[in-house]
Design a protein around this ligand. Structure first.
Ligand SMILES: Cc1cc2nc3c(=O)[nH]c(=O)nc-3n(C[C@H](O)[C@H](O)[C@H](O)COP(=O)(O)OP(=O)(O)OC[C@H]3O[C@@H](n4cnc5c(N)ncnc54)[C@H](O)[C@@H]3O)c2cc1C
Length: 418
């Protein structure tokens, strides 16, 4: 069986890693390198990740792959501080005791919040919250005041307009955010990407770089035609390891109607990566919510882990490329946020900076969106959409993409044996 994979991000590579052991696989990648959001860029003489990636001990699928590829020694888990900085004051969010000190909420609200967080941590089926909005969920279980003070700024940071964001998304974030120990790969994801690339090539699969797919077409005898800029090739099935929005752009009207991909917004992501002359703070993941800042900021301070004094400042937008003027404003905002973390900080600490941005990085998990997505899987035979597979893992992470690749592999094997 001949299989085409569109996209050589971690999802495409994981699918190819599994499928190339049994089938004839070709991967088509638009860029002249693999890795997508997990790839590295250059900053000065350093090779660094363009978005900082970390794992939790629960990310068992990707940890298994890291071990299978002989990279277990490059993965290390470290204790880190994850803090919220509210009006200049640090709250270590990995300690439940910090909740008792949160300003602006009554003792009853603190108790309700603590009970709510404990309940979330023991609930495994977050999909059941999908029919309510994140704000309703918090207001009903805690209070409007708790929502406004502590959850609204986080949702605004990520989605701007949060009214349609599902409670299932928030459930997944709260569950993920509970760890005070995180796993990182030395040198970032680059080692994992090149080990995967080597293994895939060794198994005889082709990785076609600088090959943008322009269209996909179903033939009358249930084969698939892939169209690049200068060629057409036939396959038995296609695995689309790109966003569902980009999949739709490749389909003709008939195929789009058959797929019935539910509509949702997608987030675009950007990141400033700043190399500082001195360490900024002991904290690793820092959420800054300060009255004087226009927007709250998240700062990921990797100096706590690598000693390189690199600070990642991610920014999310709903489907809109960031303009040059916005870029300047974001930088001004960040300088203000860094000063909130360390009052001694000033702009002369900035040694180098680089900015990058990407489109369609993750879907906005809107109310009821996931139910429709689950129904969309398997509607069209021979076309696999890992991004439409929603089981317990709702956030789009490296581990989720590894789980989805395994599920696609199982489905294709079952179809092949039937
Ligand atoms: C700021 C940020 C921080 C993150 N932090 C973490 C973290 O700490 N831990 C974690 O687990 N995850 C993290 N993630 C999420 C993780 O990066 C993604 O879930 C994962 O990289 C998605 O992989 P993918 O292969 O599905 O998509 P992508 O990486 O987007 O890959 C898609 C690939 O398809 C290619 N492509 C697109 N269209 C076409 C076409 N028409 N033809 C050919 N090729 C095409 C693209 O060039 C790209 O290479 C983070 C993401 C962001 C944005």
């Amino acid at each position: 069986m001949k299989i085409a994979i569109i996209g050589a991000g971690i999802s495409g590579l994981m699918c190819a890693y599994r499928l190339s052991k049994k089938f004839k696989v070709s991967i088509f990648e638009r860029e002249n390198y693999v890795g997508g959001l997990c790839s590295n860029i250059s900053l000065d003489n350093l090779r660094i990740e363009k978005y900082n990636h970390f794992f939790s001990r629960q990310d068992s699928e990707i940890i298994k792959v890291i071990q299978d590829l002989g990279l277990a020694n490059s993965l290390s888990f470290k204790k880190v501080m994850q803090a919220s900085i509210i009006d200049g004051e640090f709250f270590d969010m990995s300690r439940i005791f910090s909740l008792l000190c949160l300003p602006g909420v009554s003792i009853i609200e603190k108790i309700k919040l603590a009970v709510f967080l404990i309940n979330v941590s023991i609930t495994n089926d977050g999909l059941r919250f999908n029919s309510q909005s994140a704000s309703e969920w918090i207001e009903n279980n805690c209070s409007k005041n708790v929502f406004d003070r502590y959850f609204k700024p986080m949702l605004e940071f990520k989605f701007q307009n949060y009214a349609d964001v599902s409670a299932s998304y928030l459930w997944a974030r709260i569950k993920e955010g509970k760890q005070n120990e995180i796993g990182v790969l030395s040198g970032g994801m680059e080692g994992l990407l090149s080990a995967l690339e080597n293994k895939i090539r060794q198994s005889g699969a082709k990785i076609k770089l600088s090959s943008t797919i322009r269209g996909i077409e179903r033939t009358k005898n249930n084969k698939w035609i892939l169209q690049t800029e200068d060629s057409l090739s036939e396959f038995d099935c296609i695995v689309c390891c790109i966003s569902l929005k980009e999949v739709e752009k490749l389909c003709d009207e008939e195929l789009k109607n058959d797929l019935k991909i539910p509509q949702t917004d997608y987030l675009f992501a950007a990141s400033y990566i700043i190399k500082l002359k001195k360490p900024l703070s002991a904290g690793y993941w820092l959420f800054i919510n300060h009255k004087s800042n226009g927007v709250p900021n998240i700062i990921i301070n990797t100096s706590a882990l690598t000693g390189d004094n690199l600070v990642y400042c991610p920014v999310y937008k709903r489907a809109n490329i960031i303009s040059e003027t916005e870029k300047e404003n974001i930088f001004k905002d960040l300088i203000c946020a860094l000063k909130n973390i360390n009052p001694d900080f000033d702009q002369t600490w900035v040694e180098k900076k680089v900015f990058c941005q990407d489109t369609f990085v993750e879907p906005v998990l809107m109310n009821k969106f996931i139910d429709q997505l689950v129904a969309a899987v398997g509607r069209v035979q021979g076309l696999y959409l890992p991004d439409a597979i929603y089981e317990r893992h709702l956030l789009k992470t490296v581990n989720t993409q590894a789980i989805r690749a395994q599920l696609v592999f199982t489905k294709i094997m079952e179809g092949n044996l039937a």
